[in-house]
Ligand binder design. Structure first.
Ligand code: FES
Length: 183
């Protein structure tokens, strides 16, 4: 009889209302959980805002017209910052972006063609590219020879579109300085 009474009182203490201490601990955990969830949500939103929903990149491959309609000599495509050259039936394209910090280099016709040595070979240079920002200079083939530019100007592949016979420049396809498309 005595034993039964003791266990009854133990049960009562187990299922009774929670003590102040356990209630405080529960509320503390709840608060911490809420705060962590809020921080995680904020972090995710901040990270997500760095990624645009739509990526806009200008096309890297584009048509520049029918070969016969392109002017002999040099044509500057301002929006692409690209110099396109036509020498009779041959075509090639040189980037107008300086390899130092990316300013647009200027095509500069020389009063007199000059003889220069590039990679051990002599070449006649009728024009150059000059950068207005920090004074880098490039020979006609894009070779850098003065100023802080560390590399030659980039050359890009020119090809003929099979659809309509227009010239196509591909900025994803770099070629060397001997490249020519002959049509
Ligand atoms: S950007 Fe051309 S020399 Fe600096």
């Amino acid at each position: 009889m005595k034993l039964f009474k003791k266990s009854e009182s133990t049960e009562k203490s187990k299922i009774g209302p929670p003590s102040n201490e356990s209630r405080r601990s529960f509320l503390l955990k709840l608060g911490l959980g809420g705060m962590l969830a809020g921080l995680a949500g904020f972090g995710f939103q901040s990270f997500r805002s760095l990624i645009p929903n739509v990526l806009y990149e200008p096309p890297q491959k584009f048509k520049i017209g029918i070969p016969s309609l392109l002017a002999e000599g040099v044509t500057f495509l301002e929006d692409k910052r690209l110099y396109v050259f036509k020498e009779g039936k041959s075509f090639y394209a040189i980037s107008g972006a300086c390899t130092h910090l990316g300013c647009t280099v200027k095509y500069t016709k020389l009063n007199q063609p000059k003889q220069v040595e590039i990679d051990g070979g002599k070449k006649t240079v009728p024009f150059e590219f000059h950068c207005p920002c920090h004074g880098s200079k490039f020979y006609a083939d894009g070779t850098n020879y003065a100023g802080p530019a560390p590399r030659p100007l980039h050359w890009y592949k020119v090809e003929m579109s099979p659809d309509d016979g227009q010239l196509v420049v591909n900025l994803n396809d770099e070629v060397d300085q001997n490249f020519r498309l002959t049509v």
